[in-house]
Every structure is written in structure tokens, then in C-alpha cells.
Write a protein that binds this ligand. Structure first.
Ligand code: HEC
Ligand code: HEC
Ligand code: HEC
Ligand code: HEC
Ligand code: HEC
Ligand code: HEC
Ligand code: HEC
Ligand code: HEC
Ligand code: HEC
Length: 462
């Protein structure tokens, strides 16, 4: 790309640049080399070819009716294009299939504007390989491949006919409203947060999400690395007052303590070993519908059944459930405030009936990396029946706490163990043991791993 870069983009004042452009364009036309312009420095004068196109296309009112009845304006601003970075490549750079003389007589069928944008997006690849590759790695692109009509294409953020260089803009943002357009609530929350309300110093969305390779964010702890890249000493500073720091930072998302007034939930996620399980998605949907036919939320038994099923098929003993205490909405994730407002009170979580543990969801990574979620009944955290899969209880001092063993591994063996274990669990639960007491190992069956001793616990806890 550097070969395209003009002196102007390297910091020459605008007026000189325009002047240079004119001189260069003049030189080119003297050489009869309009075609050369494609490889030459940036010009703000239109090439002869482009002028031909704009003879018709700069006129207001030219439009075309698309397959869905939508009217597409065919007007392209001549001045905007002349000043854009793409003036150097010309209309031809992206519309090489168009013959100026004939195309208006043989109308091309275009179903929708979106379909047209999607088709033409392919041309960006010719000159912006790296950016296209980053984009294709994003959740947005995955959504598009999945048929989303709403996820952004290149031209939702860049007007191909008027793109200016980001370097020309003071804030360095080609299109500052690029994310806001579709994520309004989050953008507003962010603007008022500790990262967003500091004027020129404020972070931008891309500081945590990237611009083109935006990844799914609301799943597991993947955003934590971003936070730690700037706040390097978090583990040390928190250890000054928070025992078991590592475990807390693993099991609680940063916004869950740093967004004041937030509502929290426990999210249980299926993992295959240490990576979020994806293979089971269709099965998850099917089984979840089946086990939760009433729609009242997955209960402990349903979870048990799901885990059993995952572990029965090939990936024996590898499917685990991990828990995380997190905020309930994307907006809340962006309401981070100064440290004085952060949650420090142990009692907020470590007491019976703590509000944070009253809402439970179960999720699995969807095909685009975003989670598929189902509600679970809050009873799964304390149900004796689910001890083998997600339950676990801790006592600190004299306070009885009922906490999910968020990191407990479910390593179910195949074969005879499963029917036996299931039966035993039923028996155990019928015995109406008081909640909050760990089940003693039953005779005649292998014990489901308890906190800290499961075979996979080491991979999970650290
Ligand atoms: C003589 C006038 C004229 C000229 C010159 C002209 N166009 Fe068009 N163009 C049209 C009309 C009219 C349509 C709408 C055709 C229709 O209704 O299907 C159109 C449609 C288009 C479309 C929409 C897609 C399509 O094929 O329908 C594109 C893109 C386009 N022109 C690009 C160009 C480019 C690039 C050039 C120069 C190489 C150019 N045009 C030159 C009149 C013109
Ligand atoms: C950098 C690539 C690029 C260049 C250069 C370019 N176009 Fe386009 N053009 C597109 C894309 C992409 C679309 C599809 C619409 C969208 O996604 O906004 C489009 C759409 C159009 C349309 C349909 C109306 C519309 O806005 O969707 C016309 C007409 C058109 N271009 C004409 C031109 C003319 C005339 C030129 C030269 C003056 C030109 N284009 C230069 C990429 C380009
Ligand atoms: C024929 C080559 C060509 C094609 C095709 C092309 N571009 Fe460009 N583009 C350029 C050149 C040359 C520049 C200016 C040099 C640079 O900054 O990389 C540029 C710059 C840009 C910039 C601004 C970069 C900056 O400096 O901030 C954006 C955004 C952009 N193009 C988007 C697109 C999109 C979207 C498409 C597809 C619709 C597209 N381009 C297709 C050649 C092309
Ligand atoms: C969600 C909005 C969004 C989408 C979608 C998007 N861009 Fe960008 N792009 C931006 C912003 C904002 C910038 C300004 C620089 C920055 O903030 O990283 C930018 C910068 C660029 C640049 C300048 C160099 C660079 O990589 O920073 C190019 C080239 C570019 N985009 C091309 C594309 C192409 C090609 C596509 C489609 C494959 C695309 N963009 C999709 C928002 C977007
Ligand atoms: C044209 C609309 C559009 C634009 C522009 C856009 N997005 Fe998105 N984005 C979506 C849609 C649709 C989804 C999927 C539904 C959802 O999660 O909101 C999505 C999903 C996401 C996700 C994943 C959400 C999750 O659940 O993990 C993130 C992160 C994201 N966008 C960030 C950004 C950032 C950062 C920008 C600006 C660089 C941006 N988006 C620009 C439409 C857009
Ligand atoms: C300081 C880092 C940071 C910045 C800056 C940031 N985000 Fe986020 N974003 C996060 C975190 C962390 C999450 C996920 C929280 C979780 O679920 O653990 C997230 C989640 C999201 C999601 C998914 C929300 C959902 O519905 O679950 C979207 C969309 C999003 N961000 C968009 C944006 C946009 C747009 C901007 C700019 C206005 C932005 N983010 C700025 C950290 C950031
Ligand atoms: C259990 C709740 C809790 C969790 C989880 C938590 N924090 Fe904190 N954090 C606090 C409290 C309380 C303070 C204020 C401590 C003080 O000043 O006494 C704080 C202070 C901070 C500070 C201020 C400077 C410093 O280091 O003391 C930063 C930055 C910070 N946290 C970032 C993070 C990040 C990043 C994460 C996620 C990896 C995180 N926190 C997770 C409660 C939490
Ligand atoms: C690009 C760097 C960057 C990233 C990424 C980032 N922060 Fe920050 N953060 C800052 C800056 C700069 C400040 C304001 C100066 C300061 O107090 O350290 C700040 C302030 C904070 C504060 C307030 C600290 C105080 O002293 O009151 C908290 C809490 C915080 N960030 C948490 C997070 C969390 C959680 C994430 C991840 C979702 C995150 N940050 C990601 C740069 C970053
Ligand atoms: C935001 C909720 C929250 C806050 C605030 C909180 N904790 Fe925790 N704590 C948890 C969660 C969740 C776990 C992880 C349980 C697990 O891993 O199974 C945990 C684990 C622990 C453990 C480890 C138990 C074990 O068996 O390893 C101790 C000890 C503990 N917390 C003490 C404290 C103390 C002391 C404070 C106050 C300084 C505190 N916690 C603040 C939620 C919280």
C-alpha cells in the first residue's frame, strides 16, 4: 500500500497538496497517462475515464429500482470522489465490470442494496488484503456469513466514493460514529464511564475490541487480557485485600465489581477441556428444548443429562461446566467507574441468598463465537442433584456460603457409571438432605470429583 501513499498523506499541508495534485495531474495528462494515475500519487483531479462516468452519475435524480422495490440512488458526488483516497484508482478500480457505453442499456438485476454491497465488497480485497483478512476474522463477518442483514459490511463504515485517509482526521478516526450507529446503548454507557469521560484521553472502542477484527466479547473471560494489557499490576493490587485473588479474578468478570449498581448473574458454560465447546451446539439447542419443554429454565437434572450426553459421544470425559459471575447486559459491561466505587464488600457475595446468585444462565459458544444462552433455575447452584456437575459449597469462618463451584470439572466416565450414577443421584436427592451439605461418597459408585480434587481441576482452576 505504501507505494500509493502521497506526500500529502505524509503531512504536507492541504493547500500544497491540492497544488501538487493539480501539477501532477497536469503532468499525467500531458503524458497522456491517465492510466498511470492509478499507480501515481494522490490527485484531486478526476481522470478522463471517471469524468465520463460522472457525466451521468454526478447528476441528481438518477436512480434504479431494485428487485425488492427499493430505490437506489445512482448519484455519486464528483467533488467527494475527487478528494477521496480512491480517486487514484478511479471508478475502474472497483467497477471493472462496467462498460460506460453499454451497461445502462442492459440493466443488471440487483435484488437489494445489501446484496449489491455484499457483491462489491469482494473488490476491496484486491487492494486491502490485510484489512479484509482481519475483517473476515471478526464476529461481524461471521454474522454476515451466517446471513445477518444487520452486521456491518465495509461500506457500512466507509463510503467507498468519499473515503478520506484516517491520517487526515484529527481524532484519527475515519468514521467516528462507526460503532455507535449499531451499538447505541453501549456507546452511551461507555461515554459516561471512567474510560470514556476523559475527553481527548478517552479510550476508543478499538482499544478493547479492535476495529476490523472485532471478536465476540460477551463470552467467557476473553476480554480480560485486554484489561490486563493496560492494567498490568491488577493481580498484585487486588491481592492486598482480596484473598484467593487468582480464583476471584478467574470466576468474576472485571465489570461485575467495577460497574456500580450492576445486576449480576452466574453463567455456566460448557467447555471442552479448556476451550469453549462448540461441537455440541445443535445438540445443545435440541437437548435444551427437550429437557426444558416447559420453558421454565434448565434444572439440575437437565444439566446432568446434557453433560452426560456430551461426554458419551466420543469426547469422553472432556466436557465440563465452568461458571463465571458476570454482569447481565452489554450496557452494564461498559459502565466502569473509578476504583472508589468498586465492590469490595465480601458480604455482597459471601452470604446466603446473595442477589448475585439468584439469576443463572447456561451457555454454549455459538458458531460465531457469541453464546447461545438458556435460563437455568437458580436451584442448580445448590441442588444436591447437581453436586456432581456444578455444585460446591464453601465455608469461610462461621459464615455458611452457598457458592457454585465455578471451576469444578465434570469428568463423567462412560459405560456403566452413567446409569448407576444417575440412579444414585436420584436416590440421594430423595433423601431430602439439607441443602448446603456436600454429598458423602456413596458406596458402590465412583465419586464425582469434588472441588479441588477432580482430575481436570488443575486445568480449570489455574
Ligand atoms: C450515459 C450515462 C451513463 C454513463 C456514462 C455511465 N452510467 Fe452507470 N448507469 C447509468 C444508468 C442509466 C444506470 C441504471 C441502469 C439500470 O436502470 O439498470 C447505471 C447504473 C450503474 C451502476 C449500478 C449497477 C448497474 O449495473 O445497474 C453502476 C455501479 C454504474 N452505473 C457505474 C458506472 C461507471 C463506473 C461508469 C463509468 C465507467 C458509468 N456507470 C457510466 C448511466 C450511465
Ligand atoms: C473503492 C471502490 C469503489 C470505487 C473506486 C468506486 N465505487 Fe462505486 N461502488 C462501490 C461499492 C462497494 C458500491 C456498492 C454500494 C455500497 O456498498 O455503498 C458502489 C456503488 C456504486 C453505484 C450504485 C449506487 C450506490 O451508491 O450504491 C454507482 C452508481 C457507483 N458505485 C458508481 C461509481 C462511480 C461513477 C465511480 C467513480 C467516480 C465509482 N463508483 C467508484 C465501490 C467503489
Ligand atoms: C484499486 C485499488 C483499491 C480498491 C479496489 C479499494 N481501495 Fe481502498 N484504497 C486504495 C488506495 C490507493 C488508498 C490510499 C492509500 C492507503 O491509505 O492505503 C485506499 C484507502 C482506503 C481507505 C482509507 C485508508 C486510510 O488511510 O485511512 C479506506 C477506508 C478504504 N480504502 C476502503 C476501501 C473499501 C471499503 C474498498 C472496497 C469497497 C476499497 N477500499 C477498495 C485503493 C483501493
Ligand atoms: C465497523 C466499522 C468498520 C468496518 C465494518 C470496516 N471498517 Fe475499515 N476502518 C474503520 C475505522 C473506524 C477506521 C479508522 C482507523 C481505526 O480506527 O482503526 C478504519 C480504517 C480502515 C483502513 C485504513 C487502514 C487500517 O487498516 O486501519 C482501511 C484500508 C479500511 N478501514 C478498509 C476496510 C475494509 C476493506 C473493510 C471491509 C473488509 C472495512 N474497512 C470494514 C471502520 C470499519
Ligand atoms: C452496521 C451495524 C454495526 C456496526 C457499524 C458495528 N456493529 Fe458490532 N455488531 C453488529 C451486530 C448486528 C452484532 C450482533 C448482535 C449483537 O451482539 O448486538 C454485532 C456484534 C458485535 C460484538 C459482539 C457482541 C457479543 O455478544 O459478543 C462486538 C464486540 C461488536 N459488535 C463491536 C463493535 C465495534 C467495536 C464496532 C465499531 C468498530 C461495531 N461493533 C460496529 C452490528 C454492527
Ligand atoms: C475498556 C475496554 C472496553 C472498551 C473501550 C469498550 N468495550 Fe465493549 N466490551 C468490553 C467488555 C469487557 C465486554 C464484555 C463483558 C463481559 O461479558 O464480560 C464488552 C462487550 C461488548 C459488546 C457485547 C455486549 C453484549 O451485548 O453482550 C459490544 C457490542 C461492545 N462491547 C461494543 C463496544 C463499543 C461499541 C465500544 C465503544 C463505544 C466498546 N465496546 C468499548 C470492554 C470494552
Ligand atoms: C471482587 C471485586 C473485583 C474484581 C473481580 C476486580 N476488581 Fe478491580 N478493584 C476492586 C476494588 C474494590 C478496587 C479498589 C481497591 C482499593 O482502592 O482499595 C479495585 C481497583 C482496581 C483498579 C485501580 C488500581 C488498582 O490496581 O488498584 C483497577 C485498574 C482495577 N481494579 C482493574 C480491575 C480489572 C482489570 C479486573 C479484572 C481482571 C478487576 N479489577 C477485577 C474490585 C474488583
Ligand atoms: C488502552 C488501555 C486500557 C485498557 C485496555 C483498559 N483500561 Fe482501564 N484505564 C485506562 C486508563 C488510561 C485509565 C484512567 C487512568 C487511571 O486511573 O489509570 C483507566 C482507568 C480504569 C479504572 C479506574 C481506576 C481508578 O484508579 O479509579 C478501572 C476500574 C479500569 N480502568 C478498569 C478496566 C477494565 C475492567 C478494563 C477491561 C474491560 C480496562 N480497564 C481496560 C486504560 C485502559
Ligand atoms: C463479586 C462477588 C464476590 C466478592 C465481592 C467476594 N467474593 Fe470471594 N468468591 C466469589 C466467588 C464467585 C468465588 C469462587 C468460588 C469458586 O471458585 O467456586 C469466591 C471464592 C472465595 C474464596 C475461596 C474459597 C475456596 O474454597 O477456594 C474465599 C476465601 C473468598 N472468596 C473470600 C472472599 C473475601 C474475604 C472477600 C472480601 C474481601 C470476597 N471473597 C469477596 C465471589 C466474591
Amino acid at each position: 500500500m505504501t507505494s500509493f501513499r502521497s506526500a500529502g498523506e505524509m503531512g504536507m499541508p492541504r493547500r500544497n497538496r491540492a497544488l501538487l495534485g493539480t501539477v501532477v495531474a497536469l503532468a499525467f495528462s500531458l503524458l497522456g497517462g491517465a492510466a498511470l494515475a492509478a499507480a501515481g500519487p494522490k490527485s484531486t483531479t478526476l481522470s478522463a475515464e471517471d469524468k465520463v462516468c460522472l457525466e451521468c452519475h454526478a447528476k441528481p435524480g438518477l436512480e434504479k429500482t431494485l428487485g425488492n422495490g427499493e430505490k437506489l440512488s445512482l448519484m455519486i458526488g464528483a467533488k467527494g470522489f475527487a478528494q477521496s483516497v480512491h480517486n487514484s484508482s478511479g471508478c475502474e478500480g472497483c467497477h471493472s465490470d462496467i462498460d460506460a457505453a453499454t451497461h445502462q442499456k442492459t440493466p443488471k438485476d440487483i435484488a437489494t442494496r445489501r446484496a449489491f454491497s455484499l457483491e462489491l465488497m469482494e473488490t476491496c480485497r484486491d487492494c486491502h488484503k490485510k484489512t479484509v483478512k482481519q475483517y473476515e476474522d471478526s464476529v461481524h463477518s461471521a454474522l454476515v456469513r451466517d446471513g445477518s442483514e444487520k452486521a456491518p459490511l465495509c461500506s457500512d463504515c466507509h463510503n467507498p466514493h468519499a473515503t478520506q485517509s484516517a491520517k487526515d482526521k484529527p481524532a484519527g478516526n475515519a468514521e467516528p460514529v462507526a460503532c455507535q450507529k449499531c451499538h447505541e446503548g453501549v456507546t452511551k454507557a461507555f461515554a459516561e464511564s471512567v474510560h470514556g469521560n476523559t475527553g481527548d484521553e478517552a479510550l476508543a472502542c478499538k482499544d478493547c475490541h479492535q476495529t476490523h477484527s472485532v471478536k465476540a466479547a460477551s463470552f467467557g473471560n476473553q476480554m480480560k487480557a485486554q484489561c490486563l494489557s493496560c492494567h498490568k499490576d491488577v493481580a498484585t493490587t487486588h491481592a492486598a485485600w482480596l484473598p484467593n485473588t487468582e480464583r476471584h479474578l478467574e470466576a468474576i468478570s472485571c465489570p461485575a465489581c467495577h460497574s456500580p449498581g450492576t445486576t449480576r448473574r452466574v453463567n455456566l458454560t460448557f467447555y471442552e477441556g479448556t476451550t469453549p465447546e462448540k461441537v455440541g451446539v445443535p445438540k445443545f439447542v435440541k437437548l435444551a428444548n427437550w429437557t426444558d419443554a416447559k420453558g421454565s429454565g434448565l434444572d439440575a437434572r437437565a444439566l446432568w443429562t446434557l453433560l452426560q450426553d456430551f461426554n458419551n459421544n466420543g469426547s469422553e470425559g472432556k466436557s465440563v461446566l465452568r461458571g463465571r459471575l458476570e454482569v447481565q447486559t452489554g450496557v452494564q459491561a461498559h459502565q466502569l467507574a473509578q476504583k472508589a466505587l468498586a465492590l469490595k464488600d465480601c458480604n455482597t457475595c459471601h452470604r446466603e441468598g446473595a442477589a448475585s446468585f439468584q439469576s443463572v444462565t447456561v451457555s454454549m459458544a455459538g458458531p460465531d463465537g457469541r453464546p447461545l444462552r438458556r435460563d437455568a433455575s437458580k436451584g442448580v447452584l445448590t441442588s444436591i442433584e447437581s453436586i456432581g456437575s456444578v455444585g460446591g459449597f464453601y465455608a469461610i469462618g462461621s459464615t455458611r456460603i452457598k457458592l457454585l463451584d465455578t471451576l469444578l470439572l465434570m469428568a463423567l466416565g462412560a459405560g456403566i457409571f452413567i446409569p448407576l450414577a444417575h440412579l444414585t443421584v436420584k436416590l440421594v436427592s430423595r433423601r431430602a438432605r439439607p441443602h448446603g451439605e456436600a454429598a458423602a461418597p456413596e458406596a458402590g459408585r465412583p465419586t464425582p470429583p469434588a472441588a479441588g480434587e477432580g482430575p481436570g481441576d488443575s486445568t480449570d482452576t489455574h
